[in-house]
Design a protein around this ligand. Structure first.
Ligand SMILES: [Fe+2]
Length: 199
């Protein structure tokens, strides 16, 4: 049985082994969609955490299949991964649905390029962002990673496209887990702050 929270890489692999063969949409399986999305991230020379996010971004769909419950994958997926992976992985995943709504609002032609499945889910997800919502989204840290992830997500739906398999990313996933949270930058010292204010 899938644990309530992923506690090891084995838990993640087991979930994809169990449900990766299910349909993501009418074109590709869950596993093929994950692999293709990750392949676009690798091609773009994304950071290790962002490649991990691309590979695992729809893990919530697999959890929904496993648990037989409603699919709020942008919430359940990152929550399931949070004990194991740093926020550099979970935050872009948590934002990738909102990134679709954002791109619909700010990027001309983006909506026209969406798959039928993405258009259908967009309605359930709240549709295009309003201008105020788009401004607020653009202020969220890592929203830019989520937008990149969303673009790769949209491209990762090609029937029969052969890319690097899920297993080839296991070393990268282990590295990302091992590295953990990135160190926070220290705020500047008070004396520096004063000096920079005077400039
Ligand atoms: Fe996806």
């Amino acid at each position: 049985m899938t644990p309530a929270l992923a506690a090891s890489l084995d838990d993640v692999v087991a979930l994809y082994e169990r449900w990766g063969g299910d349909n993501y949409d009418e074109e590709v399986s869950q596993l093929a969609h994950a692999e293709q999305t990750a392949a676009h991230a690798v091609e773009a020379e994304a950071s290790d955490p962002l490649v991990a996010a691309a590979l695992l971004h729809d893990v919530g769909h697999l959890l929904a299949l496993d648990r037989g419950e409603d699919d709020r994958h942008q919430v359940t997926g990152p929550a399931w991964l949070a004990k194991l992976f740093p926020s550099t992985v979970t935050e872009p995943i948590a934002l990738h649905v909102e990134a679709k709504r954002f791109l619909c609002a700010v990027a001309p032609d983006y909506h026209r390029g969406l798959s039928a499945g993405s258009v259908a889910s967009l309605r359930r997800q709240g549709g295009f962002m309003s201008p105020d919502e788009a401004i607020a989204f653009a202020e969220i840290p890592r929203h830019d990673d989520a937008v990149l992830l969303r673009r790769w997500d949209d491209l990762g739906k090609v029937d029969g496209l052969a890319v690097a398999p899920f297993g080839s990313h296991l070393d990268l996933l282990a590295r990302v887990i091992e590295a953990g949270e990135p160190r926070k930058r220290r705020p500047p010292k008070a004396s520096n702050r004063k000096r920079s204010k005077r400039r």
